[in-house]
Design a protein around this ligand. Sequence first.
Ligand code: SF4
Ligand code: SF4
Length: 204
Amino acid sequence: MIITSSKPFEEVLALLEHEDDIFIIGCNVCAAKLKTGGEPEVLDMEARLKAAGKHVVGWALPTAACSVRSYGSLVEKNPAIKDAHCVLVMGCGSGVSIVAKVVDLPIYGSNDTVSLGGSSEGKLLTQLCVMCGDCNIGEFGGFCPKSLCPKGLLNGPCGGATDGKCEVDREKDCVWALIYERLKKIKRLDLLYEVHAPREYGFK
Ligand code: SF4
Ligand code: SF4
């Protein structure tokens, strides 16, 4: 799941300062789950924009903003988009980019894209993966230090953790403590002896 957070409404309004005849596109997957772009949020955005004096020509809620197929597919279900002079996408940055590929109008995003995460046991989990393009998370028992260690350490902890908490952010668990406990549980402590080469930061 792509983790997004809603920009303050004033910020969205400032983005749209010189725009009118707005068409809103939500996202019925990640943004809906996070309440940053599902139907209630789209309707709320429509009402607030109208209250701020903006003309909203309509809105759509595709299955996912990042999988809008074509302008034709949008028009087919939402002909009002033909009257729009700009589009506000309530999804992640990827959703905004995909809509920009198919709609030849100014495009704006109402959300900030924060990280890749998910939810488990009723908790929202963020920053689970930084999409390094070279996944070896299995060697760390399923906890990614590239993402979860603020220092990105691939070969064990820095030594600064106290009571299992990270020295950089005391609110968070040291990922290397989690990795150790996990590898112990699955009887793979031998993986701690693997030496990991420095990470390649270039694009593939
Ligand atoms: S190693 Fe970590 S950052 Fe890279 S793809 Fe796997 S989970 Fe994501
Ligand atoms: S305490 Fe753990 S998570 Fe924090 S920087 Fe050190 S190794 Fe990384």
